[in-house]
Design a protein around this ligand. Sequence first.
Ligand code: ADP
Ligand code: TYD
Length: 209
Amino acid sequence: MNKGLFITIEGPDGSGKSTQIKRLKDYFNSKGYMAVFTREPGGTAISEKIRELILDKESKEMAGMAEALLYSASRAQLVAEVIGPAIDRGETVICDRFLDSSIAYQGYGRELGDCIRTINEYAVQGYIPDLTLLMKINPKLGKERIPQKDLDRIEAEKQAFHRRVYEGYLNMEKEYDRFVGIDASRSVEDISAVIIERVEALMRIRGVI
Ligand code: ADP
Ligand code: TYD
């Protein structure tokens, strides 16, 4: 059996990923397309527990490397329990954040560098996205969209951190053919239309629709 399609959505906090995933899910339902929608950090009971620990504002002392390993642990569980089995069954998987978030946030943001790629090779077990939709927006604008009181531990990081994260994403966009940049400052509807076009094009090429 052919492997399923693996699509991820990435970008700074507040870039509109959740909004677009929800719209894509509604579109899939309206068309009768099948897909597994999931998110990181989280997506399994164990990964959601790890998520709570990482994002808790009380986890102030968390070392950068501990944070990186926890994100990859959450990912390893999601790959083992959900993503890997679905792709092996030939299903399409659409994930809100994945490996590239760690490269951007821990590799560039926390300045831990290339070891993040190495750690994550163990976590992802060869399941690399076929298409990564990168929501491009000035990180300051993205952050302004999120109410101050709702900011989690990572979102509350200083501007310089978020600038480095964004720079990381822009570097990956140049580095990887699977990245497709999307202007996330446009309207919700315009962005949806671009995403649907990209996703359907890939599904057609792969004979999914
Ligand atoms: P993310 O999941 O990337 O953090 P969200 O989808 O939660 O982003 O969006 C963050 C906030 O910005 C929400 O209040 C949402 O309604 C709003 N938003 C999402 N997309 C847009 C857009 N294209 N233009 C303006 N505001 C948006
Ligand atoms: P998420 O809930 O997806 O935030 P948002 O709704 O803004 O997209 O992710 C929580 C935070 O975790 C977000 O600030 C990005 C961060 N993160 C990392 O730092 N490394 C990672 O590997 C992942 C998956 C997320």
